[in-house]
Write a protein that binds this ligand. Sequence first.
Ligand code: ARG
Length: 466
Amino acid sequence: MSDDKTGSNQMWGGRFAEGPSSIMREINASIPFDKALWRQDIRASKAHVAMLGAQGIVAPADAVTISDGLDKVAAEYEVSGVPENWDLEDIHMTTESRLAELVGPVAGRLHTARSRNDQVATDFRLWVRDACDAALAGLEALQKALVTRAGEHAHSIMPGFTHLQTAQPVTLGHHLMAYYEMARRDVSRFTDARARMNQSPLGSAALAGTGFPIDRFATAAALDFDKPTSNSLDSVSDRDFALDYLMAAAQTALHLSRLAEEFIIWASQPFGFVTLPDSLSTGSSIMPQKKNPDAAELVRGHAGRIIGSLTSLMITMKGLPLAYSKDMQDDKPPVFEAASLLTLCLAAMTGMVESTRFRTDRMRKAAELGYATATDLADWLVRQANIPFREAHHITGAAVKLAESKGVALDQLSLDELRAIDARIDEGVFPALSVEASVASRASHGGTAPVEVEKRVAEARAALGL
Ligand code: ARG
């Protein structure tokens, strides 16, 4: 079956009579994607070899030679990229092989007291930890944009919807701050995930630990981990950290997708609530008038792929016994894909929030036309005429029906028309029916009243250091 009977693998070929088939080489190779880990791999190897030298497991002079050699390999990767040779399988063997070419047989001492199993677990944790930091930075920019625009529009009135039907007037600032709250929870999920993953698997070796007198606390500290992990079997087979990241990423993507969907709806001509920035829109090759919300649509689309990444890794992991199995090599593509999509989605939505023109005149008109203050009429009947809410609801329904049949707003009905529906109504009702009065009245904690929104914006600005 082997296409290459001339030689077995130089890293593990001792027990093999012949080399792998081309199919084996291709299915085995992770270098096409795990070369993205090269910085983490070099960093972790340098921490490992420094510890080996300090512990006298390799001669200190050899440790220095190896460490300097790793710097040279890194410099080459920086300039020319990581070479892709399937025979070397992955980033770990690629780097070690190049190191051997540069420093000679002493390179073979680097892998003492280490396995690719703890090596990849360490490299990948370092990578995912950075991805958490990138997500947190992106979320901070989004939050700042949301809070800034919400502050500008604490008093701008728009229809609030349930079932996408006009429900009650709200302020645009309140609506935007709803997404700030979602982003705040997303931040807490990434922060939480980062804190939980911040333990070093390095030194767990293949699965059982090692007989060499290593110092796992030293390598953990060198890699900015809080401490070493506590169980070697768990350490080489745990991918919870990647799943934690993907869960936080999927939840964030879901929020971004909902926000994108709002912009898509608001930008459509019948709504006309926003004019999207040209810089985040595209035209049509056939319809000259078109300006399409493609960036928002792609954020909505990419959310599906990010959620798919989470599903993919969960399914990879769910049937694996302890400890490492090669299935786990498939952990990286979904995480890499999700991370680059998430970065793009966060940037796109931040730009959209920053640069969209809100057409507050159209929003206000829509709020006025949609009988959005019907609840305020019912509430007035309860408060001023001491009518039970259910009855007030019924009376208000009749008023809406009449207004609708006449094609007018509620506050455009005459007092006589309203009194014909219920004699307990007096002229005091009219001020309560304006959209301003409606939002101003909803000053319960977390409500839409401009004074409340301004309080929440002030708190958020303080939290963000704005
Ligand atoms: N390329 C492998 C991965 O990404 C590295 C670990 C290989 N370990 C092994 N026992 N074959 O998972």
